[in-house]
Ligand binder design. Structure first.
Ligand code: NAD
Length: 357
């Protein structure tokens, strides 16, 4: 276990257990160089502790990079609660979890994630102030998906500009995988822009609901990889860009809100570059959600969050320039920017403490 924790320099991993509530949770703090570690709480039916720890370590590290590349003064963390979100939720469970978060004294700030929602975070809020993503009625920012989708839309425009010399997505064929919270809002932005949409989802209700506000060709979940399109937009699962799907993709750009889209970052990032497919690094283009909750820490205003999410355009342009200049994949370019900032600010802290001896 310690080898796993040390592999990517995680600062701290907390195991939370409470018999009365049935809570079994892991809070992973990856890096607090830039500020307190922020990241959502994922509730999932993990097969065991090993899988749960692996997920917490992987996701918290990704948060460090996301905050660093977006220019936020925040570190990376993530919590996981082992359990079935459909059966095992209770007020007691989330309040108990809130006590553990509180015990970290602000080193970790939580939020909602897969399997948890605004209501759960309100129970956490009863025990700690170190939580974001609570409802607008309680002064929070509510569901972050609108801002995430807006950031993805802006990021698609930056990618279009790089690839085709124009921001316009009018008439572009865009294949959207998943029309849940993020995918649906994104589809609405694109529909208003005049894009031709192909959508898929494993949940037919989500498709029907999306078709209330947009017109789109509906395709099966398997077909989505074979669509002759300009942009493939993953907004459902991770690892969908892999050895099996890459040869099928006919797009020129991959840009979507899903986390961890590349099955193997290094290998598949490189292959996409060689094939001339522009990949918008997932943790950058979907940073709108983080920008939204970070905003809540300063007193939430959606107009300000939207304005800040527009920065994703320039951040991606910079990543694309570095990728071209250094002849590296776009995901490597994003990682370099994040690591450079972390190293510089880490050094600054070092000088400060040395001067104060
Ligand atoms: P969601 O659960 O609301 O939507 C996901 C949708 O994908 C669902 O409708 C689901 O039925 C569908 N889906 C699942 N498997 C599928 C498959 N094989 N083919 C087609 N559709 C499938 O989740 P969301 O909040 O919209 O998040 C989507 C992705 O974006 C996730 O990877 C999430 O981690 C990431 N993300 C979300 C936010 C946010 O603000 N919500 C922020 C950053 C990243």
């Amino acid at each position: 276990m310690f080898n796993e924790i040390e592999k990517h320099n995680h600062e701290e991993v907390v195991f939370c257990s409470d018999k009365a509530s049935g809570l079994r949770a892991i809070i992973a703090i990856h890096d607090t160089t830039l500020g307190p570690a922020i990241g959502g709480t994922r509730m999932w039916n993990y097969s065991g502790e090993e899988e749960a720890l692996k997920d917490a370590l992987r996701l918290s590290r990704q948060m460090t990079y996301k905050a660093a590349v977006t220019g936020l003064n925040l570190g990376g963390g993530k919590a996981i609660i082992m359990g079935d979100p459909k059966k095992d939720k209770s007020e007691l469970l989330f309040r108990t979890f809130g006590k553990f978060v509180n015990g970290l004294g602000g080193r970790y700030i939580t939020a909602e994630d897969v399997g948890t929602d605004v209501k759960d975070m309100e129970y956490v809020r009863m025990e700690t102030k170190h939580v974001t993503g609570i409802s607008k009625a309680l002064g929070g920012s509510g569901n972050p998906s609108t801002v995430t989708a807006f950031g993805v839309f802006v990021g698609m425009k930056a990618s279009a500009h790089k690839k085709w010399g124009s921001d316009s997505l009018k008439g572009k064929k865009i294949a959207i995988q998943g029309v849940g919270s993020v995918g649906r809002y994104l589809a609405e932005y694109l529909y208003a822009e005049g894009s031709e949409l192909f959508i898929t989802d494993i949940d037919n209700d989500k498709i029907s609901s999306a078709l209330h506000t947009i017109k789109a060709h509906v395709v099966s979940p398997e077909e989505i990889y074979d669509i002759d399109c300009d942009i493939f937009s993953p907004n459902a699962l991770g690892s969908v860009v892999n050895d099996e799907t890459i040869p099928r993709l006919k797009c020129e750009i991959i840009a979507g809100g899903a986390n961890s889209q590349l099955d193997d970052e290094e290998k598949h990032g490189k292959i996409l570059k060689e094939k001339g497919i522009l990949f918008a690094p997932d943790y950058v283009i979907n940073a709108g959600g983080l920008i939204n909750v970070a905003n809540e820490l300063e007193g939430y205003r959606q107009d300000r969050a939207m304005k800040q999410a527009e920065a994703i355009y320039d951040i991606l342009q910079n990543i694309y320039s570095i990728s071209e200049r250094e002849n590296i994949s776009t995901i490597s370019a994003a990682n370099h920017i994040a690591e450079e900032r972390l190293n510089k600010i880490g050094k600054m802290k070092h000088i400060y403490s040395a001067n104060n001896k």
